[in-house]
Write a protein that binds this ligand. Structure first.
Ligand SMILES: Cc1ncc(COP(=O)(O)O)c(C=O)c1O
Length: 286
C-alpha cells in the first residue's frame, strides 16, 4: 500500500512531500505534534488529541492554525491510507522563514500528517512486560507541551535500547521521577495506584487520562505524587502508558525485578479496562 502523506492541504506521494530547508520545524524544532491511534477503522480519542494539540499550539504562541481543519485533514489522511489499524502522526511547524531566532507573525504554518500501519509498532510492545532503565531528565521546563524538540528523549531511549531495555524512566535533578522518554509512568504501592502529578514536568498523556478515569470508575485508589527513585524501586508494580504502548508492565527496573517480576494484578486490570473502552469506542471527552 502506498504511503499516504498530507502536506499543507494536499494528499501527496512521498516523492512530492517536500519541505523547505528554511522550515522552522527543521531548523529550530519550532513545532508541535500529536500521535493518534486507530482500531478497527476508527480513530481513537481524536477529540482528546485535538484538545491537547490546541493547548500545545497556544503554549508556543502559534495562533494561525485552525484545529477543526486539522481534524478534518487527519480523517481524510486516515481514510486514504486504508489501514484499519493506523498510527497517524501530525506535525505542525511555525512555517518557513530565513533562519532567525525571532519569528514573524505572518508565517503560514506547515501541516504534515502521515498514516502508517500500526501492526508492527503494536507488535513490538511485549504484553508480558519490558525492562526499563532510569536516566537523568535533561529536558526543558515545559514538558507539558508536545513539542518536536525531543533530543533528550531520543538520547535517553536509545541508551536504554543499547542496554537491552525498552524504555528510559526519567529522573529530574532533585531525584524525582517524571515520566518515560515516550510514555507516562504509573506504579502500585500497597494496592494503591500512583502517578506523577500533572504539571510542566510531564506531558498530559491521553492514555494516562483514560487510566485515571478507569481507576476512578473501578474504585482503585489513585494518588498523584512526586516520588524519589528509591520509592519507585520498592513499588510492587510499575507500568507505562502511551498511544502506541497502551498499558505495558515494567517487570525489571535497572536490572532488578519489579515486584514479583511479572505483570501485576492492578496493571492487568487497568489494561483490560482500557482494552474494553477501545473495543466499545468509548472515548468521549470527560
Ligand atoms: C514524554 C511522553 N510522555 C507521555 C507520552 C504518552 O502520551 P499519550 O498517552 O498521549 O500517547 C508520550 C507519548 O508520546 C510522551 O512522548
Amino acid at each position: 500500500m502506498p504511503e499516504i502523506i498530507y502536506l499543507n492541504g494536499k494528499l501527496v506521494s512521498p516523492a512530492d512531500a517536500v519541505i523547505s530547508i528554511d522550515d522552522r520545524g527543521f531548523l529550530f524544532g519550532d513545532a508541535v505534534y500529536e500521535v493518534v491511534s486507530s482500531y478497527d477503522g476508527r480513530l481513537w480519542a481524536l477529540e482528546r488529541h485535538m484538545r491537547r494539540l490546541r493547548r500545545s499550539l497556544a503554549a508556543i504562541d502559534l495562533d494561525k492554525v485552525d484545529v477543526d481543519e486539522v481534524r478534518d485533514a487527519v480523517r481524510e489522511t486516515y481514510r486514504a491510507s486504508e489501514f484499519p489499524a493506523a498510527i497517524v502522526y501530525i506535525q505542525i511547524t511555525r512555517g518557513v522563514q530565513p533562519r532567525s531566532h525571532v519569528y514573524t507573525r505572518d508565517l503560514q504554518p506547515t501541516v504534515l500528517i502521515t498514516a502508517r500501519d500500526a501492526s508492527p509498532l503494536r507488535a513490538a510492545v511485549d504484553p508480558d512486560g519490558v525492562s526499563a532503565v532510569t536516566a537523568p531528565d535533561l529536558r526543558w521546563r515545559r514538558c507539558d507541551v508536545k513539542s518536536t524538540n525531543l533530543l533528550p528523549n531520543v538520547l535517553a531511549k536509545t541508551r536504554a535500547h543499547e542496554h537491552g531495555a525498552s524504555e528510559a524512566i526519567l529522573v529530574d535533578p532533585d531525584g524525582y521521577i517524571t515520566e518515560g522518554s515516550s510514555t507516562s509512568v504509573f506504579w502500585v504501592e500497597n494496592n494503591r495506584l500512583f502517578v506523577t502529578p500533572a504539571g510542566p514536568e510531564v506531558l498530559p498523556g491521553v492514555t494516562a487520562e483514560f487510566i485515571i478515569e478507569i481507576a476512578r470508575d473501578e474504585g482503585i485508589p489513585l494518588l498523584a505524587e512526586r516520588v524519589a527513585l528509591d520509592r519507585l524501586r520498592r513499588a510492587s508494580e510499575i507500568f507505562l502508558t502511551g498511544t502506541i504502548t497502551e498499558v505495558c508492565p515494567v517487570v525489571e527496573l535497572d536490572g532488578a525485578p519489579v515486584g514479583s517480576g511479572g505483570p501485576g494484578p492492578v496493571t492487568l486490570r487497568l489494561r483490560q479496562g482500557i482494552q474494553a473502552r477501545i473495543a466499545a469506542g468509548d472515548d468521549a471527552l470527560r
